[in-house]
Design a binder for this molecule. Structure first.
Ligand SMILES: [Cu+2]
Length: 184
C-alpha cells in the first residue's frame, strides 16, 4: 500500500470512528457567549487544552467530539490560544468537511476564518483572534493546520443551520469525572 493510500485509509477510519461517536450532550461552557441582539457568538478556542487525544484537541475535544452549532448570519468571533501542552505549535482554520483531510494548511471556508501562521502554528501562550460571518449553511471543521495535526484528530465540528435558534455546544459524553466547564 502506498503512503498516500495508507493516509487515505487512516483518515477514512478516523471519520468512521467519529461518526460512531456523535456529540450527544449539550454543555454550556464558559468559553462560549452568545448575544442574540447582535447575532454574535464569541468562542475561546484553546489548542492543547488538556491531554485528550494526545493534546491534539480544541478545548479538550478532538476527532469531532465537539460540535458548535450557530444559526446562519451570525457573526463568529474566536479568540484562539495555544495552551501548548506537549510544547507543540497549533493553529485554527474553519474548513469544509472533506475527505481525505489535508495533511497541513487548509482552505478557509469563510473569509478570514483562520489564524496567522496556519502551518507553522502558534507557540505555547501565543494568541490570535479571528472573526467571520457564518453566511452559508453546512457542516464545517475547526481544523489545526500544523503538519499532521488534523489527520491526528485535531478537528471538531462547526455546524451552520437554520434549524438553530441560538448557538449551542454539544460534546461526546465521556466516562469519569467531568471537568468543571463541562458541568456548567
Ligand atoms: Cu495542532
Amino acid at each position: 500500500m502506498s503512503n498516500r493510500l495508507l493516509v487515505v485509509a487512516m483518515v477514512t477510519a478516523l471519520l468512521v470512528v467519529a461518526g460512531a461517536t456523535a456529540a450527544d450532550q449539550e454543555i454550556h461552557p464558559d468559553w462560549m457567549k452568545a448575544d442574540p441582539a447582535s447575532k454574535t457568538v464569541w468562542l475561546r478556542m484553546v489548542g492543547a487544552a488538556d491531554g485528550s487525544n494526545g493534546t491534539m484537541n480544541f478545548n479538550g475535544y478532538g476527532k469531532g467530539e465537539m460540535t458548535v452549532t450557530v444559526p446562519p448570519g451570525w457573526r463568529v468571533k474566536i479568540d484562539f490560544e495555544n495552551k501548548g501542552l506537549a510544547a507543540l505549535p497549533h493553529s485554527l482554520v474553519i474548513i469544509n468537511e472533506i475527505a481525505p483531510l489535508p495533511i497541513e494548511d487548509g482552505t478557509a471556508a469563510f473569509p478570514r476564518a483562520l489564524t496567522i501562521r496556519l502551518v507553522e502554528g502558534l507557540l505555547a501562550g501565543e494568541k490570535d483572534s479571528l472573526e467571520f460571518v457564518a453566511n452559508k449553511e453546512g457542516r464545517f471543521l475547526f481544523f489545526c493546520g500544523v503538519t499532521g495535526h488534523g489527520v491526528a484528530g485535531m478537528w471538531d465540528y462547526l455546524v451552520v443551520s437554520k434549524d438553530a435558534t441560538a448557538p449551542t455546544v454539544r460534546v461526546v459524553a465521556r466516562p469519569g469525572p467531568a471537568r468543571k466547564e463541562r458541568e456548567n
